[in-house]
Design a protein around this ligand. Sequence first.
Ligand code: 5AD
Ligand code: SF4
Length: 472
Amino acid sequence: MQSTSTPLASTPSPADNSSAPADSNQRKVYVKTYGCQMNAYDSDRMADALAKDGYARTERPEDADLYLINTCHIREKAAEKVYSELGRLAKQKAKAEPGAKDFLVGITGCVAQAEGQEIFRRAPVVDLVVGPQTYHRLPEIVSEARAGRRVVDTDYAIEDKFAHLPRPDRKIVQARGVTAFLTVQEGCDKFCAFCVVPYTRGSEVSRSVAQIVAEAEALAEAGVRELTLLGQNVNAWHGAGADGRQWGLGELLFRLAEVPGIARLRYMTSHPRDMDDALIAAHRDLSQLMPYLHLPVQSGSDTILKAMNRQHKADDYLHLIDRIRAARPDIALSGDFIVGFPGETDADFEATLRLIENVGYAAAYSFKYSPRPGTPAAEATDLLPEEVKSERLLRLQALVTKQQYAFQQGCVGKTVDLLIEKPGRREGQIVGRSPWLQPTIVDAKAGAIGDIVKVRITASEANSLFAECIQG
Ligand code: 5AD
Ligand code: SF4
């Protein structure tokens, strides 16, 4: 699971197989998703909003009348990919038959928010630009664009976009599978010096308990068994609970565990400062909460953590990990790391490797530092040469790969619950998820999609596990 991309960005999102059957005259939207799980969730919501306006989702870009690119601005590479894709689309549009003039291209997500109008200048092929806070207005925006007016909508809408989004059709939810994302919180107030999120996604906003529970119930009724609660800083979620008290994420997880049909809960991404006692207790006491935690630390050097404005030291993080492991000894940990932050010395980097040795990760995502416009770190002058960053990234990834391999090997021989998710690539096989998020291949007789079955792990290979059914 080690990757140079955002956590799970390389995992096919539920969006990838969620198209409803479409008739040939119906308008069709193709949504290309970059970036994190929040973008995968948003892409589905955009498709839901457009479905009410008569658009069917297609997985074939060549069939689309509307081509949306839901973008990521977190690192330079992610943003630049969008412009190379737009270059390709411009050529496609230029070559199109005259009757195909209806083809619209829209940029949504964080690049839209960060660059707004500038996108039209750099890429005239674009017809509409919509930020993450206003995608509920997509149907009107698309109509305007069809009438020949270019639209930019990057407001922080006063109205609650979630309240304006339609409930997805039951069939569409079913086609997306038995696991689903549910955004509970958006934005971030932490202002890490390298990060664009507080600027592109705005300040922290928590959705209400009632709204979250209603969405969870609708998903569960359509057959969803596992929910991953999403937020840029998800463990900062808070809200008024049903008992009149102020709840944090721990209490919310307990409430969601009561939703009939929901068997598994996960959440991401968390900041170490916001791991409170109630959330740690949920890892001990709530059996539906899966033993997996993505808890980025970014660096193991206090000097760099300070320069990053992370608001914690390396030791704070290690003590926190101890408390979490005391609550849930079998928890798998994953993290994010940035190598080559301005001013990072060899000793700073060694401290990061030591922290990794100390923690023992089941997975990790690591990135070379890339300056992002508008962030405090982008002003720094003590930048590191590219070769140094590359060399450090390789060393860090080699260590994490070793740990990931050891973690996977450690699973062999264990008896675990598997949530069956989809047919396997080979006839007679079916794929489920282990509690630790590993895809696990088992004989199709083990159970049907949506079942939770007991299996014994027999082997570990690359990123998957193999398992055998346990009789009785
Ligand atoms: N350069 C490199 N990596 C970054 N991340 C965020 N901003 C940057 C940047 N400017 C990484 C962090 C974060 C993850 C989602 O992306 O590790 O946790
Ligand atoms: Fe970005 Fe830091 Fe907020 Fe994470 S906690 S979204 S890295 S500012």
